[in-house]
Design a protein around this ligand. Structure first.
Ligand SMILES: [Zn+2]
Length: 122
C-alpha cells in the first residue's frame, strides 16, 4: 500500500452559530489542510498520482475558501463551519476529481497547531 499527501495553509474567518463559547464571535484561523490518497498500483513513472495533478485539484478547492468569511459561502450557510464540516466539505469537493490509482483517504484540517479534525469515508 502506498500513501501520498499534500498540504496547504489557508486563512479564513468564521463564527460558530448557536455555540455557547468564544467561537461564536467572529474570528479567524490559519487552517492547515492536508489531503491523503492511497493505493497499491503505481503508474509507469512510479507514482500513485502525480503531485502536480493532486496539488492542482487540491489548491483549486482550497482557493474557494482562502481569505473568505466561511459563513458567507453556500456550503456553510446552513452548516456550521467547524473544522469537522470544513474537512467534510473539502473531501466531497475532492471526490469530484478522482485519480485512476489513488483513492481519496482523508482530509485533515488543523485549526491550530494542536487541534485538528479529520474526515474520511469507509
Ligand atoms: Zn474558530
Amino acid at each position: 500500500m502506498f500513501e501520498i499527501s499534500v498540504e496547504k495553509t489557508i486563512a479564513a474567518a468564521h463564527r460558530l452559530f448557536d455555540y455557547d463559547g468564544p467561537c461564536e464571535a467572529l474570528h479567524g484561523h490559519n487552517y492547515r489542510v492536508q489531503v491523503s490518497y492511497g493505493g497499491t498500483e503505481l503508474d509507469r513513472y512510479g507514482m500513485l498520482a502525480d503531485f502536480t495533478d493532486v496539488k492542482r485539484v487540491f489548491h483549486a478547492v482550497l482557493d474557494t475558501l482562502d481569505h473568505t468569511y466561511l459563513n458567507d459561502l453556500p456550503p456553510f450557510r446552513d452548516v456550521s463551519p467547524s473544522a469537522e464540516n470544513i474537512a467534510a466539505y473539502i473531501f466531497h469537493e475532492l471526490k469530484r476529481h478522482p485519480f485512476p490509482r489513488a483513492k481519496l483517504l482523508r482530509v485533515e484540517v488543523w485549526e491550530t497547531p494542536t487541534q485538528r479534525a479529520v474526515y474520511w469515508e469507509e
